[in-house]
Every structure is written in structure tokens, then in C-alpha cells.
Design a protein around this ligand. Structure first.
Ligand code: NAP
Length: 295
């Protein structure tokens, strides 16, 4: 078997086109233009690129973005004040703090300070808890992008065995819960999992989000599986690879995401959708969002 490519770039392009129309309709009806504030602390090159991509994507669909660049040695209190100011500003509907933050700043405290109604990254405990309860205001963009990629590619989830490698708050845990909500049977693997290959071979749907190049090889996947490679790893030669050994896994499975061009573009597209949702919340035009929950 040779896998078909799950083309995140092309699906993300469709979503961005839809978001552009949604923004135009929302602005015509309410007079509001969705606005995303991005906060970048320091000048880490990868973070700078991620924020730049998000800002560019906003511009393309008519979302206003306010970029706040702060020095790496900024005191934690100053960042908390900045977030409090954005929380109060009615013209700002969505707030994103680019992670990671410098070590002297508590990421947990910062993420808890963002108003849940403006928390388009979905990392506030009330949104994480809402996901567990089946009614979050926001779900993190990467897990949401993975679900959207599967749905728009007509991958049936209900009743399937989904295996998620990685249990971070950013990717692994919310992805596992989204798949569970779609009534998959879900296995979550982590660093202490014994015999990772035993588990990954059970996966009709396998999501790998570990940040380890070639963690999953051809002998570790089920014939005909659907593989979502979330990993982004830069090798010594400068190339970008995922967590999955692409050639041998692609030879065995039915569908696979490339890196780059798979999950990454979907993450940005879902951030735009979340920002429009935040604007709808601000004008009272939406209640809960992000995902259709079974329970
Ligand atoms: P993270 O916070 O470092 O989490 C990695 C997870 O993988 C941890 O839960 C870890 O388990 C698990 N893990 C690591 N090695 C493992 C192993 N050998 N066997 C089983 N589990 C293992 O990273 P993250 O934020 O979730 O991101 C994961 C990857 O996705 C990274 O490469 C990141 O760059 C990428 N990413 C991509 C996008 C995108 O849009 N494309 C978005 C976000 C992240 P323990 O906690 O038990 O150690």
C-alpha cells in the first residue's frame, strides 16, 4: 500500500477562504472587525516566525492583528499588566501569548490570566475543563486542526481505535479528548509507556505529537492506518521533519500528513476560526464553540 497525502495546506486554504467570508459577513452585520492581539516575549527565531505567520494569515482574511513585542527580560508583573489591559480592551477580541516564555515567567500564571472569552489558544483551565465537560469556549488550534483535517478528509472516527503519542496540554491531551468525544476508543502514550510499538500498531488512527524525529517507524504502524504527524523537528542540515519516519510509514498506511504541509497550516487556520468565534462571543452572537460534542 502507498499512502495518500492528507494535504493540510490545501484544506487550510479552503478554511481561510471560508473565514474571509465569515469576517466580511460579521463586520457587515455588527460593525465589528475581529481583532487578535499577539504577545511575543523575546526574539526566539521559531516563535518570531510562528507569530509572523499568524499575523500574515490574519491580514489575508480581514482580521485585525495587534502585535505586542516585549523584551526577553520583561518582569512577569509587566506581562500580567499587559494582559490585564488587553482583557479590558473591548476592541481586542482574542489574545495569544506565544509559547515558550522565558524561564523567569510562569506560563501557567500567564495563561490563567487571559480571559477565557479571549483565550483563542484554549489553554485557560476553564477552557481545558470545558473540553472535558464537552462544552469549551475554545479548543486549542492544533487539536482542533487535527479533527478538522480528519473530518474534511472523510475519515470515520466513531468506533475506531485512536492512539495518541504525547500527552501535552497543547496537543496530546486535547486531541485525545476530541477523538473520545467523537466516540473513538482512545489510547494515550507517553514517555513511560512500555513497548510503544505494541500500542501504535493498534491504531486505526495514529496521532504522533512527541517532538522526536523518526520515533514511529514502519514496523510500528497498522496496515491501512491513518497517520497524523504533529511533530516539527529541525535537523542539523536545516530540514524540517516530523516524528514519523515518512517513507517506510507511508508505504504501509492509507493516509498520512506530510511535514511540513500537514498539521501546521491547519493550526493557523483554526486560530483564525477561533478569533472569529471570539468576536462573535463579544457581540453576543455565540455561546460555546469549537467542537460538536457527543456527550
Ligand atoms: P511536548 O510538550 O514536549 O510534549 C511531548 C510529549 O511527547 C510529552 O507528553 C512526552 O511524554 C511525549 N513523548 C516524548 N518522547 C516520547 C517517547 N519516546 N515515547 C512516548 N511519548 C513520548 O511537545 P508538544 O507541545 O506536545 O509538541 C509535540 C510536537 O508537536 C513538537 O515537535 C512540536 O513542535 C509539534 N507541534 C506542532 C504544531 C503544529 O502546528 N504543527 C503545534 C504544536 C506542536 P512525557 O510528558 O511523559 O515526557
Amino acid at each position: 500500500m502507498s499512502a495518500q497525502i492528507l494535504d493540510g495546506r490545501s484544506i487550510a486554504r479552503d478554511i481561510r477562504r471560508e473565514v474571509r467570508l465569515e469576517v466580511a459577513e460579521l463586520t457587515k452585520r455588527t460593525g465589528l472587525v475581529p481583532c487578535l492581539a499577539t504577545i511575543l516575549v523575546g526574539n526566539d527565531p521559531a516563535s518570531t516566525t510562528y507569530v509572523r505567520n499568524k499575523v500574515r494569515a490574519c491580514m489575508e482574511v480581514g482580521i485585525v492583528s495587534v502585535g505586542i513585542d516585549l523584551p526577553a527580560d520583561l518582569p512577569q508583573d509587566a506581562l500580567l499588566h499587559e494582559i490585564a489591559r488587553l482583557n479590558r480592551d473591548p476592541s481586542v477580541h482574542a489574545i495569544l501569548v506565544q509559547l515558550p516564555l522565558p524561564p523567569h515567567i510562569s506560563e501557567r500564571l500567564i495563561l490563567e490570566t487571559i480571559l477565557p472569552e479571549k483565550d483563542v489558544d484554549g489553554f485557560h483551565p476553564s477552557n481545558l475543563g470545558g473540553l472535558l465537560a464537552g462544552s469549551p469556549l475554545f479548543v486549542a488550534s492544533t487539536p482542533l486542526g487535527i479533527l478538522e483535517l480528519l473530518t474534511r478528509s472523510n475519515v470515520a472516527i466513531e468506533g475506531k481505535h485512536a492512539v495518541v503519542v504525547g500527552w501535552s496540554v497543547v496537543v496530546g491531551k486535547p486531541t485525545a479528548f476530541l477523538l473520545l468525544q467523537q466516540q473513538a476508543t482512545v489510547t494515550i502514550c507517553h514517555i513511560k509507556t512500555r513497548d510503544l510499538g505494541f500500542h501504535t500498531r493498534q491504531g486505526d488512527i495514529l496521532v504522533v505529537a512527541a517532538g522526536k524525529p523518526a520515533l514511529v517507524t514502519g514496523s510500528m504502524v497498522k496496515e491501512g492506518a491513518v497517520v497524523i504527524d504533529v511533530g516539527v523537528n529541525r535537523l542539523a542540515d536545516g530540514s524540517l521533519v516530523g516524528d514519523v519516519s515518512f517513507p517506510d510509514v507511508a508505504a504501509k498506511v492509507s493516509l498520512i500528513t506530510p511535514v511540513p504541509g500537514g498539521v501546521g497550516p491547519m493550526t493557523v487556520a483554526m486560530l483564525l476560526k477561533n478569533t472569529v468565534h471570539a468576536c462573535r462571543l463579544a457581540c453576543g452572537g455565540a455561546s460555546r464553540g469549537g467542537v460538536e460534542s457527543v456527550h
